[in-house]
Each structure stands twice: as C-alpha cells, then as structure tokens.
Ligand binder design. Structure first.
Ligand code: ADP
Ligand code: MG
Length: 361
C-alpha cells in the first residue's frame, strides 16, 4: 500500500474510531478497573480494528477475541499463501475448517436470496480491477467478458469437509468476513463474562450490551461524500451496524472514480444510485453480507427486499440524489447530523412509524 493510501485509510479509521462514543477512549494496555475499557487496536483483514470491553474479564476477552480475528484472517486471506481460501483458489479444491464451510454456505445462501447481488465468486473481477493488491487498473471489455462466466455461485460445491470450485473460479469472503469476525468477537466477549463491549472492524461495528452507564452506544454513520462529516449517528445495543460505501476503497482514473463493490452482473463497480448502505442486524455476518448486496441492488430493490424478508434487519440508504432513507425499526434512535440531506423514513403498514424521527439537528 502506498503511503498516501495508508494515510487516507488511517484517517478514515480514526474517524470511525472516534465515532465510537466517548466511552471508548482508553489506550491499549490500560487496565479494566475504574470504569475504563480494556482496548486493543490491531490491523487485520486489511483494515484497522479496535476491540474494547469493560469489567474484570475485559482483558482476557479482548485478547481472545483478537486472537480469533487473526486466526480467521489467516484462514480467509486471498493473498496469504497459507490460507484455506488461497489453497481453494489455487487448486480448485481444498479441505477447510468447519467455520470456513459455514461462511461459504451462508454466502451462497445470501447469494440465492439476493439474486446474486452478493456473490463470492466475483473475486476474479475484484482482482482484475486491482482491489486485491492495490495495483488499480481499469480492465477492458474483452477482459471483463472473459471473466463474466466465472462469476457464478453455482461454481461452488460444498462437501462435508471440503469445497470445490468450477475450473477457473475463485472466491473472496471480503464482503462478509469482517462481519463474521465481529460476530465471533462479540460471542467470545460474552462467553468470557463480558457484558459491555464494542468491536469496530473497519466499517463493521458490533456492540455487546450497553455502555457501563446504561446508555446506548452511539455509532456514527460517515457522510459518504465528506470524510470530515457524519451523515448521522445511531444509538444501539447488542447489534451489528455495518456500512458499505463508495468511499471505503476506490481509485480514480481518467477523471472517473471506481469503487470496490462490484456488481456481479457486469463485473464493474456497482452503479446503483447509492453512496452507502448501513445495515443493522443481530448477526454481524448477515449485516455485512446484506450491506454489500443491498448496495449492488440499489434503493428500490433494497426496499423491496427489506419488506419481503420479514424486516428482520434495518437499514440506512444514502443516495446520490442527497437522500437518506431509514427504516422504521431504527428511525427513533437515529440523530440526523448532515441536514443538507433529506431524511425519509421507510415504514411498513404492519408496524406504525416510530415517533421521534429527527429531521433536523
Ligand atoms: P468493506 O470490505 O469495505 O467493508 P464490503 O463489505 O462491501 O466492504 O465488501 C467489499 C469487498 O467484498 C470487496 O473488497 C471485494 O473483496 C468483495 N466484493 C465486492 N463486490 C462483491 C459482491 N458483489 N459480492 C461479494 N463480494 C464482493
Ligand atoms: Mg459487506
């Protein structure tokens, strides 16, 4: 990664970290006594991460969760020659661990539910655009049409302990790995007796319980067009809040901007009219998978999906037209910060709109 790219990413991560409410302020190595969290910062899955927990079990829990994230990163990296995914992509078949089977199985099922908007076999396209290595380039039409037939979730065959790919196919769990990892981190916190904690893995935030003073965690939603501002902030507890957006990873060439969320139907950066999608759900892997899929689908299809999936998640969609759509389950706990954007609540007939949607302030 170039120094400029590193600094850009560092600034973004810093902004995300600061947004994690005033409670998460202690530095790594501080004790967990006196109401201070035990916090560890790490770089894994190609992103900056911060894990914080409160109480007397905090240090052991944070260390164990951090180890688990590093373990998953080592298993799922597309570039690390020792990873399970690297072996699968190189040989077309690999013996894999139960959680690798689980996440691939889950990804394939979300792919089916979202008409292929999430598709882990999009990796050859992600790679052609240089998002894997940071050596960005714009592939020509011929190259993309050669890749297109390889992008198909039907190329993934799951065995009892192994996975097999169709010839030439390759997978990348980047769209949901951080969500799965944040979920695991929260589970480890819980298993180890932590009742209050928060993990932030790039754009993936997962909260456990509430802040020690009983208040909600506040998760800032970045303005996708202005790195210095927040679109809004969301009060949350025991939930994953995951954002996929055009600003997270991109490059510019020939006066155009190309971002890292690829539409599997075109093998090009998705042009769905959205700038960012935030998904709030109980399960981190689901929230992460959906944030990517809904981004590809666009506002209308995302709204239909939300209504038809039993509304077991909530979302915030920020459009190129300057609107912020928010579903009724979270509208009451959202504070709209960038009021230049119009706030529109999505309500469903069965569930009355929550009062307290803030349109200014
Ligand atoms: P981030 O990794 O920045 O949090 P996402 O969760 O949206 O963002 O995942 C984007 C990553 O997932 C890309 O970097 C790429 O590796 C992979 N990817 C891109 N488009 C898709 C897609 N349509 N389906 C599955 N994976 C994708
Ligand atoms: Mg995602």
């Amino acid at each position: 990664m170039s120094l400029a790219a590193f600094l850009r990413r560092f600034r973004r991560v810093l902004a995300a970290a600061i947004a994690l409410a005033a409670a998460v302020t202690a530095t790594a190595g501080c004790g967990a006594a006196g109401g201070e969290p035990y916090t560890e910062d790490l770089f894994a899955m190609d992103t900056f991460m911060r894990l914080s927990a409160y109480g007397r079990f905090a240090e052991a829990a944070v260390r164990a969760a951090s180890d688990e994230i590093k373990r998953l990163d080592a298993a799922w990296s597309v570039t690390d020659g020792d990873s399970e995914i690297y072996a699968l992509n190189s040989f077309g078949r690999a013996e894999v661990s139960p959680e690798t089977l689980e996440i691939i199985n889950f990804a394939v099922s979300v792919s089916g539910e979202t008409a292929g908007a999430l598709d882990i076999t999009v990796y050859p396209a992600v790679s052609a655009w240089g998002f894997t290595t940071g050596e960005y380039r714009v592939p020509d039409d011929g190259e993309l049409s050669a890749i297109a037939p390889l992008v198909d979730c039907g190329a993934v065959k799951l065995g009892e302990t192994s996975v097999e790919l169709a010839p030439g196919a390759a997978v990348d769990l980047g769209a949901l790995a951080k969500g799965y990892a944040s979920q695991r981190a929260a589970e480890i916190f819980k298993e180890r007796g932590v009742t209050s904690g928060v993990v932030s893995l790039g754009g993936n935030v997962q909260t456990l319980g509430r802040k020690p003073d009983g208040s909600l965690w506040s998760v800032a939603i970045q303005d996708p067009e202005d790195g210095e501002r927040y679109a809004g902030a969301l009060g949350t507890s025991d939930a994953a809040v995951v954002t996929s957006g055009v600003y997270q990873r991109y490059f510019e060439a020939g006066g155009r901007r190309y971002h890292h969320i690829i539409d599997p139907a075109t093998c090009r950066p998705a042009e769905s009219g959205l700038l960012s999608v935030t998904v709030v759900a109980d399960n981190g892997a689901r929230a992460d998978a959906l944030s990517t899929a809904l981004f590809v689908m666009g506002r209308q299809a995302a709204e239909t999906y939300w209504r038809e999936s039993g509304r077991d998640f909530d979302m915030i969609l920020i459009t190129e037209d300057g609107e912020v759509y928010i579903t009724d389950g979270i509208a009451g706990s959202y504070t709209h910060i960038n009021t230049e954007r119009e706030l529109i609540a999505l309500t469903a007939p069965q569930r009355p709109a929550q009062p307290g949607v803030q349109t200014e302030g």
